[in-house]
Design a protein around this ligand. Structure first.
Ligand code: GLA
Length: 354
C-alpha cells in the first residue's frame, strides 16, 4: 500500500474520515420533504491532506484508481470518475464563498461502492471535514452536509436528496437518526434492545447518476403537482392519490405510506418493539418493490430468504435501489450467523455487516 509520503514526498497535515450509512426505513422520501431513519456503518472513508501554496489539487487513492488525478481550483469539470466527488466539493465550497488553496490528498475508501451504502456521501463528507480543518472553514455539520449534497447535485450530476450526507455527517453506529428532511430537525433514537442490524450486499451495482433515480424524482414532482401540493410530504388524501394516472398513483402511494411507516418505526423503536419494527421493514420492502418499483429480483430473493430465517424480524432493500443491499433486523447476538445463512443461500450475495 503506497502511503501519502511516498506519493507526495511530505507528510499530511490533516486526517479526517466519515462513515457510510444504512437507512433503516424511509426510502425515496427525502427529496419529497419527508422522514428518514438512517444510521452510520463501521466502514469509513479516510482522507489525508496537506495544503499547497498554489491552486493545484493532486489526488491519489489506491483502492479507487491507480493514476493520480490533478486539477486546478476554479477549473473543476465533470470527468465521470471518482474524483468528481472531490471536484464537486471544492466547486461547491468556492461557490458558497469559502476561500481555499490547492492541496494534496490521499483517499482510502472502505465503504462498499455502488451498494446503496453511501460511499459517495462518505467521500464528500470526509473531504469536507479535512478541508474544514486545513483551511479553518466556518462550517457546522449540517451546513457541511448541505454542501456535500450540492456538490453531488451539481458537478457529479446525481439528483440525490439530503439523507446520505446528513447521515454521514451526524450519525453514529449505535443510534439511528430520525430526520425530518424539510425542517432538518433530528432526533437520535436507539435501536430496540435485543436487536442487531445485518447488511447483505446483493452483488448488483446501483448508481444514482443513472436514469432510474432521476425518473422517480420527476414522477414524484409530477404527482405532487397534479395533487396541488408543494411536495408529496404534504399529500395525505389516499383517495385523491388513487385517481392519479399510472404509474404516478403507485409512486405517490409509496411515498405517503413510507412517511407514515417512518413515524411508526420511530415509535416502535422508542417503545422497544422489534416485532413491530420488523413488520414495518417488510411492508416498506413490498412498497418499494411493487409501488415504487426500485427493487431487482436478486434483492427480492435475499429479502424473501431473510424472512424465512428464525433470527430475523424483518428485512428490506436499503438506499436508492436498482440493486444494492438489504438491511436485516435480527435478534441480537444472532445477526452474524443469520446473515451468513442468508448470503450462503443467495447467489452473488455477501455479508457486509456484522
Ligand atoms: C439515495 C439518495 C438519497 C435517497 C435514497 C433513497 O441514497 O442519495 O438521497 O433519496 O437514495 O431513499
Amino acid at each position: 500500500m503506497t502511503d501519502f509520503e511516498e506519493v507526495f514526498s511530505r507528510a499530511p497535515t490533516v486526517v479526517a474520515d466519515a462513515p457510510g450509512r444504512v437507512n433503516l426505513i424511509g426510502e425515496h422520501t427525502d427529496y419529497n420533504g419527508g422522514y428518514v431513519l438512517p444510521m452510520a456503518i463501521p466502514q469509513r472513508t479516510r482522507v489525508e491532506l496537506a495544503e499547497r501554496e498554489d491552486d493545484t489539487v493532486r489526488l491519489c487513492s489506491e483502492n479507487l484508481q491507480r493514476e493520480h488525478p490533478t486539477y486546478e481550483l476554479g477549473r473543476e469539470h465533470r470527468a465521470k470518475a471518482w474524483y468528481d466527488y472531490v471536484q464537486g466539493v471544492t466547486q461547491a465550497l468556492r461557490e458558497a464563498g469559502y476561500t481555499l488553496h490547492g492541496f494534496d490528498a490521499r483517499i482510502d475508501s472502505r465503504v462498499p461502492i455502488g451498494r446503496g451504502l453511501s460511499s459517495s456521501a462518505a467521500l464528500e463528507v470526509a473531504m469536507l471535514r479535512a478541508l474544514r480543518q486545513a483551511f479553518h472553514l466556518e462550517l457546522d455539520d449540517v451546513a457541511l452536509a448541505l454542501l456535500a449534497q450540492r456538490s453531488e447535485n451539481n458537478l457529479v450530476g446525481a439528483p440525490v436528496g439530503i439523507m446520505d450526507p446528513l447521515a454521514s455527517s451526524l450519525a453514529d453506529e449505535h443510534t439511528a437518526v430520525f430526520i425530518d428532511t424539510r425542517t432538518l430537525q433530528i432526533e437520535r433514537i436507539a435501536l430496540p434492545r435485543d436487536v442487531q442490524i445485518a447488511i447483505i450486499d446483493s452483488g448488483v451495482s446501483h448508481a444514482n447518476v443513472g436514469g432510474g433515480y432521476a425518473l422517480r424524482r420527476q414522477e414524484c414532482a409530477m404527482a405532487a403537482k397534479l395533487l396541488g401540493v408543494p411536495q408529496l410530504r404534504d399529500a395525505y388524501a389516499l383517495d385523491k392519490i388513487e385517481q392519479l394516472p399510472e404509474p404516478l398513483h403507485k409512486r405517490a402511494r409509496h411515498v405517503v405510506t413510507e412517511n407514515a411507516r417512518v413515524l411508526a418505526a420511530a415509535s416502535a423503536m422508542r417503545a422497544n418493539d422489534p416485532v413491530a419494527l420488523g413488520g414495518l421493514f417488510i411492508e416498506s420492502h413490498v412498497s418499494m418493490r411493487d409501488d415504487f418499483e426500485v427493487s431487482v429480483p436478486e434483492v427480492d430473493a435475499i429479502v424473501e430468504r431473510a424472512l424465512r430465517d428464525p433470527a430475523v424480524y424483518g428485512a428490506r432493500l436499503t438506499g436508492g435501489g436498482f440493486g444494492g443491499a438489504v438491511v436485516v433486523l435480527a435478534r441480537a447476538g444472532e445477526a452474524r450467523k443469520a446473515a451468513e445463512r442468508i448470503a450462503h443461500d443467495c447467489k452473488g450475495a455477501s455479508v457486509v455487516l456484522p
